[in-house]
Ligand binder design. Structure first.
Ligand SMILES: CC(C)(COP(=O)(O)OP(=O)(O)OC[C@H]1O[C@@H](n2cnc3c(N)ncnc32)[C@H](O)[C@@H]1OP(=O)(O)O)[C@@H](O)C(=O)NCCC(=O)NCCS
Length: 220
């Protein structure tokens, strides 16, 4: 279920209409492809956490957070809705561990992201359809990054991500990794601000009416 939702999500997030009908058909029927950068951060090096415009605290997500994250009055674009749907499935499936960066003044969740450990390798491969490499013993994986709409453009993604990555030191991780679609310039900038640098390209493709699927990780 989560893997299926994921498939439809990456298509919506990264697919752009092509000008030529011929190329659109080719893209639809013969070959669809997506690219994401694997980003990594060395956790053994202490670096300054980027500052958001409000003070933040980091903690694990609590059950009561979801209503505050899922702002019902916000007219969500479909791609964003799909991200929230997947995250809700992850919560239902008990995939650990969702963290939040919360407003230090009122404990309101502003940003969330999953932080996963090498002990979860089998679960990660199953849940995310082998979309991530298996983690080494000293690695942690960050996945999904979501800022609650009314807290956007306050530098919270970069700050929240750096704070959550720091939590991985507690279970001995020396490196945090995450994947960002190559076309998401703004997210890539925020990751870099949080101390991540690209080291891998993940290339996914579907051929011939999606019958054949390929996935490849190439070092940069
Ligand atoms: C992508 C997303 C997480 C960004 O969250 P965010 O907290 O607004 O991100 P930041 O505030 O760190 O940065 C966003 C922009 O605001 C700018 N910004 C940061 N602080 C600012 C401030 N005080 N005033 C004005 N702009 C500011 C940043 O420079 C950045 O601009 P850029 O796109 O030109 O680089 C958020 O839009 C989101 O949740 N989108 C839906 C889910 C999604 O797409 N997730 C990403 C998957 S990779």
């Amino acid at each position: 279920m989560i893997a299926q939702l994921l498939d439809s999500r990456i298509e919506r997030v990264t697919h752009r209409p092509l000008k030529e009908i011929g190329s659109r058909l080719f893209e639809r029927v013969i070959r669809q492809h997506w690219e994401a950068f694997g980003m990594r951060k060395d956790l053994t090096v202490q670096c300054r956490t980027p500052k958001a415009t409000i003070p933040l605290i980091v903690r694990t997500m609590e059950e009561s957070d979801w209503n505050l994250i899922y702002d019902k009055g916000y007219d969500r674009p479909p791609a964003e809705q799909e991200i929230l749907d997947i995250c809700q499935e992850l919560i239902k499936a008990g995939v650990q561990t969702p963290y939040v960066a919360a407003d230090a003044l009122n404990n309101h969740p502003c940003f969330f992201q999953w932080l996963m450990r090498p002990e979860q390798n089998d679960e990660i491969q199953r849940t995310f359809n082998a979309r991530f490499p298996r983690l080494r013993e000293d690695q942690a994986l960050l996945e999904y990054a979501y800022t609650v709409p009314r807290y956007r453009r306050m530098g919270i993604m970069a700050a929240g991500m750096a704070l959550i990555a720091d939590q991985a030191r507690e279970f001995g991780a020396k490196e945090a990794i995450m994947f960002v679609p190559s076309k998401k310039d703004s997210s890539l900038r925020s990751c870099k601000k949080a101390g991540f640098a690209p080291y891998l390209v993940r290339r996914e493709a579907k051929y011939l009416f999606r019958i054949i699927k390929t996935k490849r990780f190439d070092p940069i």
